[in-house]
Ligand binder design. Structure first.
Ligand code: ARG
Length: 406
């Protein structure tokens, strides 16, 4: 009988490196690693060689940055999906894509199972596994971190050393970090104390706003149907645009978030994020929508944004409801074309200018000068009828009180 084949979602870090060896021993299996490059700076170098040294029979590395941004981040952006009001979900939107990658490699390799390095108390196990189950219902999923005997990082290190698994001998990083082009999530260490402010070393890419340049930086972002397409008038592809915005934002201390959030499994967790490009783009996109969407669509879409954010966070990217709500979102983006000029300064974002051929802002209606064309007299009848139900309630209640006293 041929050996069991397992495809591992491999980052090159300690957990997934130990996993490769542990799985091959425990299941007497052939391990194939698959690494999705979503713009993470750390660990991606030499990942193939590392996988081979760790005992993988084959390893794949896919540059998924373009797909990640255009098929995942742009959807979250168009939807205005910010979890619990602010988290742009860099990690949460990356997982369904990595789940799809795992399924595709498993199919190509005719593998029996896929495996990931998520812990048993986080959101990512849910996102990976619900994604894989949905895309390939019969594929087995193995989550070693929920199964194995290691109780600490030190124990994993000992195992790695004993099995000649190459690990970085750098001093222990107290944080658990997940990174891609859309943003970075940082947890653990002192961050587990919500009473303690994050130490400066928790932040990986952004300048401390207090130390950011004393001169502000102005940028203009162009959108077409809700998608960012240019920076300062120069058309750019997704990867270039986001990479550039990440640098500019980080340099000006923009995009830091320190949050308490509700995890899918019911735990509250404290996490620090740096998402300069995502925060800038959400700000600009929302500004453009304020200019272009009619009042009812704008108000209704805010509820949808919240629902879409919850679906993404909860691992339901490949669900029918997500697809249906995105159809609504796409229809709202038909006219979201125009330019937003922003000023970045010491961690803040200010809107300097908005313009669009689809702008519903009508100066003649808005002005208080003699150019005014708004029909003021029409407000008289409008308000009488508009307020009628409330006037009626007060009248009725007054009358009813008198009746009760008598
Ligand atoms: N809490 C975030 C989420 O659920 C990020 C988790 C990322 N993982 C990490 N190791 N920091 O989307």
């Amino acid at each position: 009988m041929s050996k069991k084949k397992i495809v591992v979602a491999y980052s090159g870090g300690l957990d997934t490196s130990v996993m490769v060896k542990w799985l091959s021993e425990k299941y007497d299996a052939e391990i194939i690693t698959a690494t999705g490059f979503l713009g993470q700076v750390k660990e991606i170098e030499g990942v193939k060689e590392k996988a081979a040294k760790t005992g993988a029979v084959k390893s794949y590395v896919f540059d998924l940055r373009e797909e990640f941004l255009t098929q995942y981040a742009w959807k979250a952006l168009k939807a205005g999906a910010l979890y619990e009001g602010s988290y742009p979900m860099a990690t949460a939107i990356g997982r369904p894509l990595l789940a799809k990658m795992l399924v595709e490699v498993a199919e190509q390799e005719n593998a029996d199972a896929v495996s990931h390095g998520c812990t048993g108390k986080g959101n990512d196990q849910v996102r990976f596994e619900v994604g894989v189950q949905t895309l390939s219902p019969d594929l087995e999923i193995i989550a070693p971190l929920r199964l194995w005997e290691f109780k600490s990082r030190e124990e994993e290190m000992d195992y790695a050393i004993a099995h000649n698994i190459p690990i970085k001998a750098t001093k222990d990083n107290p944080y658990s970090i997940d990174e891609n082009l859309w943003g970075i999530a940082i947890e653990c260490g002192v961050l587990e104390d919500p009473e303690a402010a994050p130490p400066e070393d928790a932040y990986q890419i952004t300048t401390n706003p207090k130390k950011a340049p004393n001169i502000s930086e102005e940028i203009t972002i162009g959108f077409e149907k809700g998608i960012p397409v240019s920076l300062d008038g120069i058309e750019m592809g997704a990867v270039d645009l986001v990479t550039r915005l990440k640098e500019i934002g980080a340099n000006n201390g923009v995009g830091r978030l320190d949050l308490i959030e509700n995890r899918v499994v019911g735990i509250k967790s404290r996490e620090v994020y740096e998402a300069p490009a995502a925060v800038i783009l959400h700000h600009a996109h929302f500004e453009l929508e304020k200019l272009i969407l009619d009042k009812e669509t704008f108000r209704f879409k805010q509820n949808i944004s919240n629902k879409v954010a919850n679906l993404i966070y909860d691992g339901l990217w490949y669900s029918p409801l997500f697809k249906s709500l995105m159809a609504f979102v796409d229809s709202t983006q038909e006219n979201i074309t125009g330019e937003i000029k922003l000023e970045l300064y010491k961690g803040t974002i200010k809107t300097l200018s908005r313009s669009s051929v689809y702008s519903l802002y009508n100066k003649n209606l808005a002005t208080y000068t003699s150019e005014d064309t708004f029909d003021h007299k029409a407000s008289d009848g409008f308000i009488k009828i508009y307020g009628l139900p409330y006037k009626t309630i007060t009248q009725v209640e007054k009358f009813a009180k008198q009746e009760v006293i008598v």
